[in-house]
Design a protein around this ligand. Structure first.
Ligand code: ZN
Length: 597
């Protein structure tokens, strides 16, 4: 577990510059085994040997994810294989986005057959870079420096402040391009910043992926799948992702692929740049139908949010599809460190306004996590009387509501240019150009948004219980399962938005007396107090978002997204329980082993 003081978020300016230079230097002269002279002996002492790396890797317990394809017609099986081949390309793209040295390192380690070399290659593939994602991004190799805070999305020698100043000086349209999801910032030969679209920056792999998706499109007989594959292939080449994001929203097929640049977690500076990933999944029709009924309650939930009525959205996007799927394959950002259990996409606010977002629940991934990680945690962390309350149904429902809650609450900052006193004198309020919550909250956005979705999910389920939509019997299970799951998430590390978000919630509940610590150090949820504590935190987070209040968000993260002693005691007791799963995509491996035609 990482102590809070190792959070690298408020690194002084000079440190950032030094870090960027160190990274540039190691890309050219990298050697995975050489001991870099420039590092202090103390830092070298933390570089793990083969046995230590093996122990660290074992925190992700192998889980076979196989999916029954027997009911898939031959046309769809053939299309699936092309989609898998395209998805595989996302791994290399993602690794290059994380660090410029990854390509060279991968080749070097692939040729190293020593036990240490094998463990290092395994660690590299688990972490998608030479830094341990579960340990505050501590390096496991000499000479690689610190993990670049914003990947390779910006020039290695630039600072966040340089880029901010440059972006603010750009005309509106150029600024939108510089801040866009699908561009990188580079330097021109003269040193000035310039914007390069992904279609140019990652051209070779994207054109290969586009060709494979077009082949798949020619094979499938499902029209909406064909349309997504064709439009996504076109997006890879044109850099316009709007048509294929729209086609993805309308996808209604047995194969449910999600392929391309999506999440912004790797951009630790602006949460602006999308990382490449690939989810290839098969839809679970029975579960999808069971959960679709929740989508009908979303507007009613929005209308009841515990915030000022003016901040509620009277017209949520009409379309809020939910898909329950089983994962066949994950690549790139979709297969690094801790595995995604569910996602809610696209992140593009324009699509979100027009069409809503789609939630995809990865059921076989969640079952593996529940059995291999959550139940063992509950046996250690929870008070004896609450252990038997932990249930897969509560776990699954809360993850679902977490995803739905990403779509609710404020997404744009409520503000105008005219002072309230002037408005009172009769001046018309002049609205400012729209600013998203993501833009306003910058590096705190991920933590606040994840905490909102999590605690908001508890609030929503309690509200649905009050209305009789969800069985009240779920209440005990819900809070006990949430608590066990909180320890699960904090173990992902405070260098990661989800881990910080959960620490923030847990500390809030401890302060409110809604979670208590027994004499034996185990934790218990107090259902009578949880309900109000959940409502209050949901209100607090959404109000900060609506105001776009970056300093309030930063203060919240600083004071509550920390590990307190009672939590640390439990985390230490969990040392032997796996942190998460490492999927073995056995069905995909079998298909991909077939010779290419
Ligand atoms: Zn989330």
């Amino acid at each position: 577990m990482i102590p809070a003081h190792r959070l690298s978020r408020r690194r002084p300016l000079i440190g950032r510059r030094a870090l960027a230079i160190a990274v540039t230097a190691t890309v050219a002269g990298f050697s995975p085994t050489a001991q870099a002279e420039d590092r202090a002996p103390a830092a070298q002492a933390t570089i793990p040997d083969a046995a230590a790396l093996k122990r660290l890797a074992a925190r992700l317990v192998p889980a076979e994810l196989s999916v029954d394809l027997s009911r898939l017609p031959a046309s769809e099986q053939a299309a699936l294989l092309d989609i898998l081949r395209a998805a595989r390309l996302m791994d290399g793209l993602f690794m290059r986005q994380v660090w410029a040295g990854n390509d060279t390192l991968l080749v070097a380690l692939a040729g190293d057959t020593t036990p240490l070399g094998r463990e290092r290659l395994h660690a590299l593939l688990q972490n998608k870079g030479p830094w341990l994602r579960l340990d505050g991004d501590r390096p496991f190799l000499y000479g690689v420096g610190a993990k670049p805070a914003a990947g390779t999305f910006y020039p290695a020698d630039a600072t966040k402040e340089d880029l901010q100043a440059w972006m603010q000086g750009l005309p509106a349209e150029a600024r939108a391009g510089a801040r866009g999801f699908f561009t990188v910032v580079r330097r021109e030969p003269g040193g000035a910043f310039t914007v390069v679209p992904y279609s140019v920056a990652y051209q070779p792999e994207l054109s290969q992926a586009a060709a494979l998706l077009r082949e798949a499109a020619a094979k499938t007989t499902q029209p909406s799948l064909r349309k997504y594959l064709q439009t996504r292939a076109a997006s890879f080449l044109s850099n316009d992702y709007y048509p294929s994001d729209a086609a993805w929203m309308q996808l209604d097929a047995s194969i449910e692929p999600t392929l391309g640049p999506y999440e912004v977690y790797e951009d630790g500076w602006f949460s602006a740049k999308a990382a490449f990933e690939g989810f290839v999944t098969l839809r679970d029709d029975a579960e999808t139908a069971r959960l679709a009924r929740f989508a009908r309650d979303l507007q009613a939930l929005e209308d009841q949010l515990p915030i000022a009525p003016a901040l509620r959205n009277p017209h949520l996007g009409a379309l809020a599809p939910i898909r329950v799927v089983n994962s066949i394959f994950g690549a790139g950002d979709a297969n690094r460190g801790v595995q995604t259990a569910a996602f809610n996409l696209p992140n593009d606010e324009k699509i979100e306004r027009e069409m809503g977002t789609k939630r995809v629940m990865l059921k076989n991934v969640q079952e593996a996590k529940f059995l291999l990680v959550l139940l063992p945690i509950a046996r250690v962390a929870l008070a004896r009387g609450q252990r038997q309350d932990v249930s897969f149904d509560a776990f699954f429902m809360h993850i679902l509501m977490h995803e739905l809650m990403h779509g609710l609450g404020p997404h744009e900052v409520t503000e105008n240019d005219t002072a309230p006193s002037e408005v009172a004198k009769g001046a018309a309020a002049k609205p400012r150009p729209r600013r998203t919550v993501r833009e306003a909250l910058q590096e705190t956005y991920g933590t606040i948004e994840e905490a909102k979705a999590d605690v908001g999910g508890l609030w929503a389920l309690a509200t649905l219980m009050d209305r009789g939509v969800v069985d009240r019997k779920l209440e005990r299970a819900l809070y006990a399962t949430f608590l066990a799951s909180a320890f699960r998430s904090i173990r992902f590390g405070l260098n990661e938005a989800h881990g910080r978000a959960v620490a923030l919630q847990l500390n809030t509940f401890l302060d409110a007396g809604a979670v208590t610590v027994g004499a034996d150090g185990t934790f218990a949820a107090e259902p009578a107090k949880m309900k109000e504590a959940v409502r209050a935190l949901t209100a607090e987070l959404m109000t900060v978002q609506a105001a776009g209040d970056h300093s309030a968000a930063a203060a919240l993260v600083r004071s509550r997204a920390v590990i307190r002693p009672a939590v640390k005691t439990v985390l230490d007791r969990l040392a032997r329980v796996p942190v998460d799963i490492e999927p073995r995509f056995t069905t995909a491996e079998k298909l991909l082993a077939q010779p290419a035609r």
